[in-house]
Design a protein around this ligand. Structure first.
Ligand SMILES: Cc1cc2nc3c(=O)[nH]c(=O)nc-3n(C[C@H](O)[C@H](O)[C@H](O)COP(=O)(O)OP(=O)(O)OC[C@H]3O[C@@H](n4cnc5c(N)ncnc54)[C@H](O)[C@@H]3O)c2cc1C
Length: 147
């Protein structure tokens, strides 16, 4: 379990980095692309998307740091926190990359912009190192003492 805890932190960190990269690409693109005579970055609906993406990544980053600190300290809650961090960071990383693809419109689907690869790569993190359903099994078992 200790080896898996470290692996889950690694996968979570990879998702966080991929999601951050996708967000930065989307912000750059929103400043370049014009639709209806204005930059995408001027549309409030899209600015709210960026706000949510940024917030999700920051929440995942904070939980990852907390779990990594617990791992380093040999805290008995490490497995619980690592499962929470893996679940949160991989779901958030994929969701952010997927939203970033949407913000690129049709170009997001093309290989040239690099977003579709991030989406494909981050999708498997919800499966690797124990699926996110199994993360929920671990979290509920450790939280309730049942199962
Ligand atoms: C690209 C890639 C690289 C990999 N690298 C490695 C590696 O280096 N080393 C290694 O050991 N493994 C590796 N794996 C395997 C990976 O860890 C497993 O695929 C993963 O743990 C899921 O197991 P499974 O595929 O047997 O799914 P299954 O156990 O068959 O699960 C199928 C579905 O049922 C769900 N499910 C199963 N049991 C429950 C339950 N009790 N409650 C709720 N839902 C449940 C799962 O969440 C999943 O959605 C890799 C997989 C991939 C895709």
């Amino acid at each position: 379990m200790s080896g898996l805890d470290g692996g889950r932190l690694n996968i979570g960190a990879c998702s966080l980095g991929g999601g951050q990269s996708a967000l930065e690409k989307a912000i750059d693109y929103m400043g370049e692309r014009q639709a209806f005579g204005t930059e995408l970055s001027a549309f409030q609906a899209l600015r709210f998307e960026v706000a949510e993406m940024q917030t999700k990544l920051e929440a995942a980053r904070s939980l990852l740091w907390r779990a990594a600190n617990a791992y380093d300290a040999g805290d008995p809650n490490t497995s619980l926190l690592s499962a929470m961090a893996k679940l949160t960071a991989t779901d958030s990383g994929f969701d952010v990359a997927n939203r970033a693809l949407q913000l690129h419109g049709g170009y997001g689907y093309l290989t040239e912009y690099g977003i579709e690869k991030l989406v494909r790569d981050l999708r498997v993190h919800q499966i690797l190192e124990g699926t996110n359903e199994i993360m929920r099994v671990i979290i509920s078992r450790k939280s309730t003492g049942v199962g």
